[in-house]
Design a protein. Structure first.
Length: 361
């Protein structure tokens, strides 16, 4: 079984169940878009909207279509070129191979393996605790089989396109490891079926500063910034009013040490703000730390971060208002055709391997 080798693939997706926040932006979107702008031609860039993943936790289904389009507009505003041959922008559910391969790989995945996924444990815990969400919103908060096995769907998202590089935030590292595990397992059982994505350490090297990040919630820096959170005081969305975002920075939880240091364990709040500033200014964290180290006036420092975030959002939102829906739909159409070709070729290899299709079809 030959794997068709063309350009190496860089791939990522961001769930479309809410506005994206600066954690999503710096953790996954920016590293991907920088690659698209600098290295398309050398690499194939697959940026997709994992719409099937959107309802692993409860959502308002009437809004999903708008949210999918809004996400694509966010990618465009962040600088994703829409008309380059080597850059694909597609919706996952428009490529049925994702669902089909998921079923096959489900049957080679251990129940125990999925139960150990920390994100499942955290999210199912939140849902269990979510009675008040159910009461407030009428949403069904039961823990679903979809939430349980979505790492298999995510593995298929990656393996169908032979993707080697996958920029994700730190919270998705375990899922990426699982994609490597299941690919290796299938390959040892059936021969060369899938391209195994690179190990996480190699991904970090490749993407540099933006990879493996975990931006923390501003109000509670012991947890990551998350769009499925019930309160948004600690989350800066890309569509937040710049003044509101600045206020969120000004009221971020810090500590009483009165000394600025980059120490995520002892001083998670102030360290998170240093990290955010480093990302906003595209400077290494040590340079930012050196500039502010030992400073006692948290308020002055916060003001600098707040001004920087409000400038960033103002520019971003100007580009967002200019992004063109027609160009996005044209990119979907072109990309979904190409994505189906690649994904169907991989699916066929898997179907042949497990005996669902004759070998020389
Ligand atoms: P999702 O939609 O929860 O998050 C999208 C991306 O944003 C990163 N991220 C963060 N990075 C830094 N700090 C944070 N606070 C933060 N919060 C989120 C996530 O790590 C992710 O990279 N299952 C995925 C989507 C997905 C995917 C894929 C990704 C589906 N199939 C295939 C890559 C390849 C998810 O739910 O991400």
């Amino acid at each position: 079984m030959d794997i068709v080798m063309s350009k190496p693939v860089i791939l990522t997706g961001l769930r479309a169940n809410n506005d994206l926040h600066i954690g999503n932006y710096f953790g996954a979107m920016l590293p991907m878009i920088e690659m698209a702008r600098q290295r398309a031609g050398e690499f194939q860039i697959n940026m997709f909207i994992p719409d099937l993943h959107s309802f692993t936790t409860p959502i308002d289904h009437d809004q999903l279509q708008d949210q999918i389009l809004n996400n694509a507009r966010l990618y465009a505003a962040a600088g994703l070129p829409l008309d380059h041959d080597d850059i694909l922008l597609y919706r996952q559910s428009y490529v049925p191979a994702h669902s089909e391969l998921t079923w096959i790989l489900d049957c080679f995945t251990g129940f125990g393996e999925m139960s150990r996924m920390t994100q499942f444990k955290d999210k199912s815990q939140n849902l269990h605790l979510g009675d008040y969400i159910r009461e407030k919103t009428g949403l069904d908060t039961r823990v679903t089989v979809g939430l349980f096995n979505y790492p298999v769907l995510m593995a298929c998202d990656i393996l169908l396109y032979d993707a080697q590089y996958v920029p994700v935030g730190d919270d998705q590292t375990q899922h990426l490891e699982f994609a490597r595990d299941i690919a290796g397992r299938m390959n040892s059982k059936f021969g060369d079926l899938f391209t195994v994505p690179h190990a996480v350490s190699k991904q970090h090297e490749f993407f540099g500063k933006g990879q493996g990040l975990r931006i923390k919630d501003l109000a509670d820096p012991s947890k990551k910034m998350s769009k499925s959170d019930d309160s948004d005081k600690g989350v800066i969305f890309l569509t937040d009013d710049p003044q509101v975002a600045a206020k969120k920075i000004m009221s971020a939880t810090t500590d009483d040490k009165a000394s600025i240091n980059y120490n995520p364990i002892e001083q998670p709040g102030i360290s998170n703000l240093l990290q955010v500033l480093a990302l906003l200014r595209s400077q290494p964290i040590d340079q930012i730390e050196a500039e502010f180290k030992g400073g006692q006036h948290y308020g002055d420092f916060k003001r600098i971060v707040a001004d920087e975030i409000s400038r960033f959002l103002t520019d971003f939102q100007t580009r967002l208002s200019e992004s063109d829906n027609q160009a996005i739909y044209a990119a979907f159409k072109r990309s979904e055709e190409r994505a189906n070709e690649h994904a169907n070729a991989t699916l066929l290899r898997a179907q042949q391997a497990v005996g669902l299709r004759p070998k020389e079809a």
